[in-house]
Design a protein around this ligand. Structure first.
Ligand SMILES: Nc1ncnc2c1ncn2[C@@H]1O[C@H](COP(=O)(O)OP(=O)(O)O)[C@@H](O)[C@H]1O
Ligand SMILES: [Mg+2]
Length: 399
């Protein structure tokens, strides 16, 4: 018999929309269906523990390690400082030493100008760790607000580039440093533990990008509110997730005011009615993705009872760990005009788009985010010759 697929569910959205609440509610319902579940948060504000109404003492004594909620459910609020030390310790120490050494600092700081965001890397390390080395069947990550989320998903690409650089820098340093190391005792040479730690770090991240782009494993859910600014950000995020090839399997519209409230509040009528206008827009934008609507509770939502209420609104009579919708973010297609690479990028603006080929990969850059799409064998000698937008897709002609 086939074993049940492990699932990774990411929640993304603007600050305050309800990501932590929905992530926690999803975890709770998943655990109640008997699935061993962990909810992770990178938020330094500790709102995950708060949403489960965990007291301060319990939270502090957990020191960033998992806290048990019930037999199947754990939550973990990652402490970035602790985690850096744990996963990246020797490497960070060596780089610091290097930065502080005269003569080499310019070269190094130039090369290492794009040091990846450690929070994002930590999130990736944990996903990889729990996915491969734990018995958690469901791994839920409450992501930081959208801007950082984009850094998070672009991290595997950045890291690959970065690791190449770091190795190059290292070789340069060794070339300069070795012959004179005897004389210049203040030039630090990485010792054995540095290499070990770099190796472990690499090893721990290996394959995480493959997990993230597998739609049977990873889903990202957009949490949004029926408001103009929030909606805009969700659309932008959606475009970027497509660019990276991470499957958005549902959109959750949270904090919708019930129509009865609108009737009884003449002074808020205009504002509240606009919610329903944005709700229609959301449906039009994200079709055919499922849209889960959650009313505003009109009370404070804390503790298990509050989360149960949310879970029943988001996933009435449904398993929250299901893949609700699957869509290939990009595909290759043979047409009369030639081979097309089709990328679902519904709301991107042309002026921010850049397209080129490096090696056997097509690079698509949108603003300051880029992705690499590997060409299949039979197309690897083709070049992108033109591109156009059609039916929500960017269609790139390869010839
Ligand atoms: N459907 C809802 N009804 C009422 N209050 C809500 C609802 N969803 C979330 N909240 C409240 O809104 C606030 C922000 O939610 P939170 O989940 O912390 O947002 P985020 O993680 O996106 O910043 C919290 O106080 C939470 O209890
Ligand atoms: Mg939060």
């Amino acid at each position: 018999m086939e074993t049940q697929q492990k699932r990774i569910i990411l929640f993304s959205g603007k600050g305050g929309v309800g990501k932590t609440t929905v992530a926690a509610a999803t975890g709770l319902k998943s655990s109640e269906l008997g699935k061993k579940t962990i909810v992770l948060s990178l938020d330094p504000a500790h709102s995950l523990a708060d949403s489960f109404d965990i007291d301060e003492e319990t939270r502090l004594s957990a020191k960033g390690l998992p806290i048990k909620i019930n037999d199947n459910l754990y939550i973990q609020e990652l402490d970035i400082q602790e985690e850096l030390e744990r996963w990246w310790g020797e490497v960070a120490r060596f780089l610091e030493l290097l930065f502080n050494t005269t003569g080499l600092s310019d070269l190094v700081s130039q090369e290492l100008a794009i040091l990846p965001g450690m929070e994002e890397v930590t999130g990736l390390l944990y996903i990889n760790h729990y996915y491969r080395k734990s018995d958690f069947e469901v791994i839920i990550l409450d992501l930081p607000p959208t801007g950082e989320t984009l850094r998070f998903i672009s991290m595997p690409t950045i890291l690959k580039w970065y690791m190449k650089k770091i190795f190059r820098v290292e070789r340069t340093i060794m070339k300069i440093a070795r012959p004179i190391a005897g004389r210049m005792t203040d030039v630090p040479l990485p010792d054995e533990s540095y290499y070990k730690s770099l190796e472990t770090f690499y090893e721990n991240l290996k394959g995480v990008d493959e997990i993230l782009i597998d739609p049977d494993i990873t889903s990202i859910r957009l949490v949004t509110n029926p408001e103009k600014m929030v909606l805009r950000e969700s659309i932008r995020a959606y475009t970027y997730f497509n660019l990276f090839g991470i499957n958005v399997d549902a959109v959750i519209v949270n904090k919708i005011f019930p129509k009865e409230v609108i009737q009884s509040c003449p002074s808020l009528k205009g504002w509240l009615e606009s919610q329903y206008k944005y709700l229609e827009e959301i449906e039009a934008y994200f079709k055919p993705k499922p849209i889960f609507k959650v009313p505003h509770a009109q009370r404070e939502l804390v503790g298990i009872e509050g989360l149960k209420w949310v879970a029943e609104k988001v996933y009435p009579n449904t398993d929250p760990t299901k893949v609700f919708h699957k869509e290939q973010p990009y595909q290759f297609e043979q047409t009369e005009e030639g081979y097309l690479l089709k990328v679902k990028l519904p709301y991107a603006e042309k002026k921010y788009l850049d397209l080129y080929k490096v090696g056997e990969e097509i690079v698509i850059r949108l603003g300051n985010v880029k992705t690499h799409i590997m060409l299949p064998k039979k197309l690897k000698n083709k070049e992108p010759v033109s591109a156009r937008w059609e039916e929500g897709y960017l269609k790139i002609l390869l010839a």
